[in-house]
Design a protein around this ligand. Structure first.
Ligand code: PLP
Length: 476
């Protein structure tokens, strides 16, 4: 494709994208296709001669859109949001054009340097303690990971390196394999499944600790577990504190957990994948009270801060544990400025990395903090609006306190009725929700996800829930 055609194709695509997004609420949120729907719609082999871009464009509606779940529809209430904005989309075009692989500073200095500064900007926006920020001149700094799952794993590996190092100092005769077999980390029964996975990938034990009646991990529970494990000859080394759990957007007691971790030389990682974006608003920062005790902190601007996937912001007080743990240094990756700027390949699992800081820069500049705060506050208000609608119907109950943009609710009564309600709701395809279960209680989760959502959309979602409940209850 030559530049002239690229310009026409690109312009046509921009028009298509803007019309897709602006009219997204008119599409059925969940597709009706069956598995295997796509193969018969396209040829069995790649074309020998090039197709026209116009034909590719016209296949989008025929081949792709029938199988798309419209995550940015105001009727999409499943999981947590994933971000989408015009500035981030445009930044990704530029990132695609530069198409560098920024594994080291010299591999594209702007890629590394913009990332360092953006993580400082973002850290300041949520009032992170200065120990996490590169601009403070200390050891700390930030990095963009692909996902929160990667951040949890990377933090675990840093914690493992730190624990092996300090145990070796205390017991120089202990073999590394013996030390690793004694390491034990902690998480709560409510943390995301990626935490358990990090333990499996990292080859260490993780204990899943019980939460209190409000589904929060408490300091005393962690303290007791550490005590038991030390008595059993194990080495506590890592704990994950969730701020905004996936099931119910609950906040572990960070201000209790932090001191316990610090006293026991346990690396504290804070996973605020969804909720972290809300900390740009001062009124939600009380939810991160105690953050100064953490060793690493992570949240996903790609969830709730209008930066398209992937952009998972992670800060570390002392990244040297990662840098040293993952440091392999072949000649072809060495450069003369090594040591004077981060080589981000040491901070992550893969070698390659895209120029993701561009989309953060574009979004922060083109929205400004003020509009990002407005966006978060609007979603929280919409969640309370839906909460009040649910509360106004005495057949329903709210099962968890609504703190941010997630409403957990159910029909009063048994789980089977609620399972029936959800199945029927998703089957109708007007709105899309996923369930969760805490203890024996099955409930529905309604997350405010789209940046297009207005009160009138929430009215439609509530009408849909109510009418479907009428049908389910009439059948009982
Ligand atoms: N942690 C929490 C609390 C989450 O809610 C999620 C996803 O929703 C994750 C981690 C995983 O996020 P990612 O897909 O970025 O790995």
């Amino acid at each position: 494709m030559e530049a002239d055609q690229f310009k026409d194709f690109g312009k046509a695509m921009i028009d298509y994208v803007s019309s897709y997004l602006e009219n997204i609420r008119d599409r059925r949120v969940l597709p009706t296709v069956e598995p295997g729907y796509l193969r018969p719609l396209i040829p069995e082999t790649a074309p020998e001669k090039p197709d026209n871009w116009e034909d590719v464009m016209s296949d989008i509606e025929k081949v792709i859109m029938p199988g798309v779940t419209h995550w940015h529809s105001p009727r999409f209430h499943a999981y947590f949001p994933t971000a989408n904005s015009y500035p981030a989309i445009v930044a990704d075009i530029l990132s695609g054009a530069i198409a560098c692989i920024g594994f080291s500073w010299i591999a594209s200095p702007a890629c590394t340097e913009l990332e360092v500064v953006m993580l400082d900007w973002l850290g300041k926006m949520i009032d992170l303690p200065k120990e996490f920020l590169a601009c403070s001149g200390g050891k700390g700094g930030g990095v963009i990971q692909g996902t929160a799952s990667e951040a949890t794993l990377v933090a675990l590996l840093g914690a493992k390196a730190r624990a092996v190092n300090s145990t070796k100092k205390k017991h120089p005769d202990m073999k590394e394999s013996d030390i690793v077999s004694k390491l034990v980390g902690y998480t709560s029964s409510q943390s995301h499944s990626s935490v358990e996975r990090a333990g499996l990938l990292g080859g260490v034990q993780l204990r899943s600790l019980p939460t209190d009646d409000s589904n929060r991990l408490r300091g005393a529970t962690l303290e007791q577990a550490i005590k038991e494990d030390v008595e059993a000859g194990l080495i506590p080394f890592y704990a994950v504190n969730t701020l905004g759990t996936t099931s119910s957007c609950t906040f572990d007691a960070l201000d209790e957990i932090g001191p316990v971790c610090n006293e026991n030389d346990v690396w504290l990682h804070v996973d605020a994948a969804y909720a972290g974006s809300a900390f740009i608003c001062p009124e939600f920062r009380h939810l991160m009270k105690g953050i100064e005790r953490a060793d690493s902190f992570n949240f996903n601007p790609h969830k709730w801060m209008l930066v398209n996937f992937d952009c998972s912001a992670m800060w570390l007080k002392d990244p040297s544990w990662l840098v040293n743990a993952f440091n392999v240094d072949p000649l072809y990756l060495k450069h003369e400025q090594q040591g004077s700027a981060p080589d981000y390949r040491h901070w992550q699992i893969p070698l390659g990395r895209r120029f993701r800081a561009l989309k953060l820069w574009f979004v922060l500049r083109l929205y400004g903090i003020e509009n990002l705060q407005k966006f978060i506050r609007k979603h929280v208000d919409l969640a309370h609006y839906f909460e009040n609608l649910v509360r106004s119907d005495e057949r329903f109950e709210i099962t968890e306190e609504v703190v941010l943009g997630l409403v957990c609710f159910r029909l009063k009564g048994d789980n089977a009725t609620n399972e029936g309600l959800l199945k029927r709701l998703n089957g109708r395809g007007v709105i899309h929700l996923v369930p969760s279960k805490i203890g024996d209680t099955y409930f529905l989760r309604l997350a405010i996800c789209s940046r297009f959502t207005e009160e009138s959309d929430i009215d439609i979602s509530w009408k849909e829930v109510k009418e479907t409940a009428d049908e389910v209850l009439a059948q009982k």
